[in-house]
Design a binder for this molecule. Sequence first.
Ligand SMILES: Nc1ncnc2c1ncn2[C@@H]1O[C@H](COP(=O)(O)OP(=O)(O)OP(=O)(O)O)[C@@H](O)[C@H]1O
Ligand SMILES: [Mg+2]
Length: 325
Amino acid sequence: MSAVIAVEDLAVRFSTDHGEVEAVDGASFDVRPGEILGLVGESGSGKSVTAMALLQLIRKPGRIVRGEIVFDGRDLCRLSEEELASIRGAKIAMVFQTPRTALNPLITVGEQVARLYALHGGLSSAVSRRRAVDMLRLVGIPEPERRSRQYPHQFSGGMCQRVMIAMALASAPRLLIADEPTTGLDVSTAARILDLLRDLGRDTGASILLITHDLGVVAATCQRVAVMHAGQMVEIAPVRALFARPAHPYTRALVRSIPRADREVTMEPIPGAVPSLLEPPPGCRYVGRCPWVEDRCRREKPSLSEHAADHLVACFAVEDRRAAV
Ligand SMILES: Nc1ncnc2c1ncn2[C@@H]1O[C@H](COP(=O)(O)OP(=O)(O)OP(=O)(O)O)[C@@H](O)[C@H]1O
Ligand SMILES: [Mg+2]
């Protein structure tokens, strides 16, 4: 089955007073029909920049310097603003980290959702309003009829996030990008939002790119996961394989750092810090933290290659070890 979106060798840079920041350096991945793909990595690894690049929302001083983003058979990097406007929010929708600021405080919640139905579906205002209430019900807002007449400040953070998801789904997108959709929510609300995303993915057929720095969220929600480190994609695998057999040394460190309720182990910090993205060295960006570093890693950049079935890893040492067995 062909991918809903296929990203190939994506690179994004920002020009700053200190030099060029290479925020994303040759990332490749795809999102398949109906799946939830997790995109994980420490803070600053380039997850949000990748999401913004997918929507062609990188603004100055940033720019996409390389790569292809194929959606519906077309490279989004080559489309006009007008063509993009018909895709953004319609075929590819996004849910941000800060739901409340993305809502208009002066318009009732129901009206905000209804306007999207009117816009994308060309529906009359009465029909749009009914659809909006239906969608609010679908995302689990109690008493949607009454709540639709209220304003965003009358909604809790978790409820605002549900409204944002309702708005994102109003256009029946093929791809929903959710960037840290549960940040700032308490644990049980966060769990309910993730359940909701999973159910909606199943019910609406939308594929979801779920960005998070929390591997626990990935384990509970995603089918596959892509791991980013300092702007490079280091491993992509089905969730189970990634947890059972993480291959890249960075992923191994990440998986080891997850606190486990079933054993008395304190969380292991990952040694070293994310390297500076200002004019970084040409090879692998994990060299400064890697227990397996070889000379070659400093000079050459390993590309993602097949490690096991449906399991890609970008690491010379992993390749060498596999060749040795
Ligand atoms: N406008 C900008 N100008 C300069 N550098 C930027 C800009 N936007 C992002 N960056 C840099 O790009 C890199 C990746 O940032 P990004 O926001 O994608 O990280 P992230 O993985 O989403 O982190 P987090 O988990 O904290 O959200 C960072 O080093 C950041 O400083
Ligand atoms: Mg981010």
